[in-house]
Design a protein around this ligand. Structure first.
Ligand SMILES: [Zn+2]
Length: 419
């Protein structure tokens, strides 16, 4: 599906054969400790299929880096190396830094190894046309070291994860195309690594949030998301990601998940808005933050920002609530199309109304059932779920890019034992 205006550029050249790393053993051990800790090394060996000797070696390296610890009740100088001493993720271990680059602002964050956000703040962008990649990346480069100095409390920071919408090439660390920001081929990793001194990982926010659900989501969602998932992101940007097993699909042009122009139509009596693609009834044109502000103004509810509209709805303002219910129903139509296409174990909705306002999630599910050919009312609650991170979704998206890399290959991200 095309996410760009009709004048889309030809596909961005990407490496034909990208290096696919097998998940090294240390990552499998770290993930087993995250899922099952406190857990004995002998159990980790059984869970991962690694030999007990190999698990003991990996645990020693993870202990050295402060990523895991012996569970306190059994810790002691004589406990080291004993195979039945349970291991768990180090609560006070390193942190991951995150930066979600939105349209009006970025969200900076620090997150612990269990995916808990310990700090988040919003960094407003300059208004367009001053919102150039150079200016936004300069702002981030200036604030990230300050974030670490002030709020990491002396803890080591493993890496900076950067997430944003539209087309992102994680291997190159480049934002290929972000029409709302007007960015093309922006080398985010190269710029921010040089400025922050941290390793930088870059990915799309929808893929990052898929991985966050797989690693740290609510238990039932986490289990389902490891089987197969669609994450539908409805914000300033409207996009999606899908996964089967642990693999989150990117596509050869990093274009997977472009759902902005899914045809969802409008509701009875409404005049459709014209989309940037020239069509009418596209999901983005009717449900993005910009569309919501346009509909709010038309309903006699002028608000200065999307955040103000959400605050009004949270305070019970009826016109604001009606707009979020409408948005939920349109997202439900898109959810139905995606469920019929992918048949995922779970479809996670990242949309503040459905996550935080009463009745929106129910409205979204009912519309999804009404429009889907495969989703029954009995399945809707299990299949269509809100984000596991309702109050920290953007903070989680950024950090999850770094934490996914850490849980994939912790020794690559932390090659030395400096703690
Ligand atoms: Zn369109």
């Amino acid at each position: 599906m095309d996410t760009t205006a009709p004048s889309a550029r030809p596909p961005h050249p990407r490496p034909a054969a990208r290096e696919v790393r097998r998940a090294p053993g240390a990552g499998a051990v770290l993930r087993a400790v995250l899922d099952h800790g406190p857990v004995a090394r002998s159990t980790v060996a059984r869970l991962t299929g690694l030999s007990p000797a190999s698990v003991t070696g990996h645990c020693a390296r993870l202990l050295d880096r402060g990523l895991i610890r012996q569970a306190p009740e059994t810790a002691g100088p004589r406990g080291l190396g004993r195979p039945h001493v349970p291991m768990e993720i180090e609560r006070d271990g390193p942190l991951a830094a995150g930066a979600h680059i939105g349209v009006a602002c970025s969200t900076l964050s620090l997150t612990d190894l269990r995916g808990r956000v310990v700090w988040q703040e919003r960094l407003p962008h300059p208004q367009a046309p001053g919102r150039t990649p150079e200016r936004v990346l300069e702002l981030l480069a200036a604030h990230i070291p300050e974030l670490v100095d002030r709020h990491a409390d002396g803890r080591r920071v493993t890496a900076l994860g950067v997430a944003t919408g539209h087309r992102v090439d994680p291997a190159a660390g480049v934002v290929l195309d972000h029409p709302l920001l007007g960015w093309q081929d922006v080398p985010v990793r190269a710029r921010l690594e040089a400025a922050s001194g941290l390793p930088v990982e870059v990915d799309s926010h929808a893929r990052a949030l898929t991985r966050a659900e797989q690693l740290f989501g609510e238990p039932a969602v986490r289990t389902a998301a490891r089987a197969s998932a669609v994450v539908l992101f409805v914000g300033a940007v409207v996009d999606a990601a899908f996964s089967t097993g642990a693999a989150v699909h990117e596509g050869p042009r990093a274009g997977a998940g472009g759902v902005a122009h899914l045809p969802v139509g409008v509701e009875r009596g409404e005049t459709p808005m014209r989309c940037v693609c020239g069509g009418y009834g596209c999901l983005s044109a009717e449900a993005s933050e910009r569309a919501m502000l346009g509909r709010a103004a038309a309903a006699g509810l002028p608000v200065p920002s999307f955040r103000a509209l959400l605050d009004a709805a949270l305070a019970g303002e009826p016109r604001a609530l009606a707009l979020f219910l409408r948005r939920a129903r349109l997202a439900g139509r898109a959810a139905a199309l995606l469920i019929d296409l992918f048949d995922p174990a779970v479809l996670v909705v990242v949309e503040p109304g459905s996550c935080r306002l009463p009745r929106c999630l129910g409205a979204l599910r009912r519309e999804a059932v009404r429009c889907s050919r495969s989703l029954g009312p009995a399945d809707a609650e299990d299949v269509v779920v809100p984000s596991s991170f309702p109050r920290s979704v953007l903070a989680t998206a950024g950090s999850a890019v770094a934490l996914h890399a850490l849980y994939t290959d912790p020794l690559k991200q932390l090659p030395n034992t400096r703690t």
